[in-house]
Design a protein around this ligand. Structure first.
Ligand code: DLL
Length: 450
């Protein structure tokens, strides 16, 4: 079933028997740009053939667009192939985009899906080994080492965060505490008693855990944590500073999405802290203009698109992520390009009286206000057919209401000047807005209901 007319040039490296060896870089991490591009060309040839010959959904899609894998000869030929997106996966629900559905299939994950039908993704043994290897690579780049204790607060289950991070940490030779999300008091207790050096969590849930420490009369800065590897939702440099100061640790980014693999598609190095390197020995990224679909050159902002080079069960060809960012040259891993921070998802963009804005822009400005906390929601309504946005934001524990109101007035002006939107700001008491135990919902768009 997994045979394609072009032989597979890749099989994952076996797990190093000696845990200390798991702390070493993979040979692909140190490849030059030229070596990476040669590898991508060879692997893409296989991946396109594999998708076409083994996944009926891809055969139909390529045929409908009049392309065949043999049209791919060099990297630039990738642009001849059609894009795919969530809609493509929905159309092929559950398994028609899979290239392995028999006994080779080892695991299935699914996204929650707001519209009822989840997005289903699958893995073979080799896919799981590759996934763990890449997550381990992210953790190592972030400063975690074999022998470290790692507290995993990503949710376990169909979400790829929990199990993806779990097996990556084990592959690195760390000891995992599989806590999952929620039960904040218990999180604090285990963090205090087991003294892990690293935590894996969403950035907003780590803030909730920081509050949990304080509620129990403990100072998060005295915890054993030295490293936090954070992802699954957009976050800003201001949020990094907030978290690093709250816990006295290094906070690093990890990026990924279920369709492409899960966490570990890209990860950030502690030495440079300058954005996540995309592991280009396994994924070929492109940035496109989301409106014209045109491919943009490295450096220009647009929508991130991925093609998998080695995935077996669910190949991903030119998958539109809706994530908005840009590609930058590699630094700590010069052969692999970095991604800028995700400014938002094109489907998270709020269009407020013609002005486009993302929650991360509000986060960036709000965190500059000393009396306002990072806990906020955005509520959009349309009274009298005019869009209105209210920012509901908690004041900080130590701030008085007057101080918070003054900061809110300043924030309102800053939002007007820097983003171009008028809004109202409601300062609320600490601990009054809903907390998440994973990905936080910030936007409450009530416009349809008006
Ligand atoms: O969130 C995988 C993951 C788990 C990544 C744990 C990192 C850590 P999905 O549930 O499919 O998968 O959601 C993927 O989350 O398209 C982005 O919009 C967003 N996202 C993920 N990581 C980041 C990040 C997981 N580091 C969607 N920065 C993606 C910003 C992120 N957004």
């Amino acid at each position: 079933m997994l045979e394609a007319s072009v032989p597979n040039p890749y099989s994952p490296a076996p797990l190093a028997k000696n845990p200390d060896d798991r702390g070493k870089q993979d040979p692909e991490e140190t490849m030059s740009r030229d070596q990476i591009e040669a590898l991508q060309t060879e692997r893409l040839r296989w991946s396109l053939h594999h998708a076409y010959e083994n996944a009926p959904g891809y055969k139909e899609h390529f045929d409908a667009h009049g392309v065949h894998p043999s049209d791919f000869k060099a990297l630039e030929d990738l642009a001849k192939f059609p894009y795919t997106d969530k809609e493509f996966l929905r159309k092929n629900y559950p398994f028609k985009a899979f290239a392995a559905t028999g006994s080779e299939l080892r695991r299935i994950h699914a996204s929650s899906g707001t519209t009822g039908q989840p997005t289903v993704v699958g893995y073979t043994d080799d896919d799981l080994a590759t996934w763990a290897t890449l997550v381990a690579r992210c953790f190592r780049a972030g400063g975690i080492r074999p022998g470290d204790k790692v507290h995993n607060a990503y949710g376990y289950g169909l979400f790829t965060g929990g199990l993806g991070a779990h097996y990556g940490a084990e592959r690195l030779g760390a000891a995992v505490i599989p806590m999952s999300g929620g039960q904040t008091e218990k999180q604090v207790q285990l963090l205090t008693d087991f003294e892990p050096s690293a935590i894996l969590s969403t950035p907003t849930y780590l803030l909730t855990i920081a509050d949990g420490f304080k509620k129990m009369g403990l100072d998060p800065r005295t915890s054993s944590l030295k490293t936090a590897i954070l992802g699954a939702e957009p976050w800003t440099e201001e949020m990094r500073r907030e978290i690093e100061q709250a816990f006295d640790l290094d906070a690093l980014d990890i990026y990924g999405l279920s369709e492409v693999m899960g966490p570990g598609v890209a990860g950030e190095s502690v030495e440079t802290k300058d954005g996540s390197h995309i592991w280009e020995d396994h994924f070929r990224p492109e940035i496109i203009d989301p409106l014209t679909d045109e491919v943009l050159e490295t450096g220009r902002p647009g929508e991130l698109v991925f093609t998998s080079l080695t995935k077996q069960a669910l190949p991903i060809i030119r998958y539109r992520t809706h994530d908005l960012t840009r590609l930058l040259p590699g630094t700590s891993h010069p052969g692999h390009r970095r991604m800028g921070r995700i400014t938002g998802r094109s489907d998270d963009m709020i269009i407020l009286r013609g002005v486009n804005l993302f929650p991360s822009q509000i986060e960036e400005l709000a965190l500059k206000e000393p009396a306002l906390s990072p806990h906020f929601t955005l509520e959009i309504t349309r009274p009298d057919r005019m869009d209105q946005m209210a920012v509901n934001i908690e004041r900080r524990d130590h701030a008085t209401l007057e101080e918070a109101q003054a900061c809110a007035a300043h924030l309102q002006k800053e939002i007007k000047i820097k983003i171009g939107s008028s809004c109202t700001i409601n300062v609320v008491d600490p601990e009054t807005l809903a907390r998440s135990s994973g990905k936080l919902k910030r936007i409450y768009d009530l416009r349809d209901k008006d």
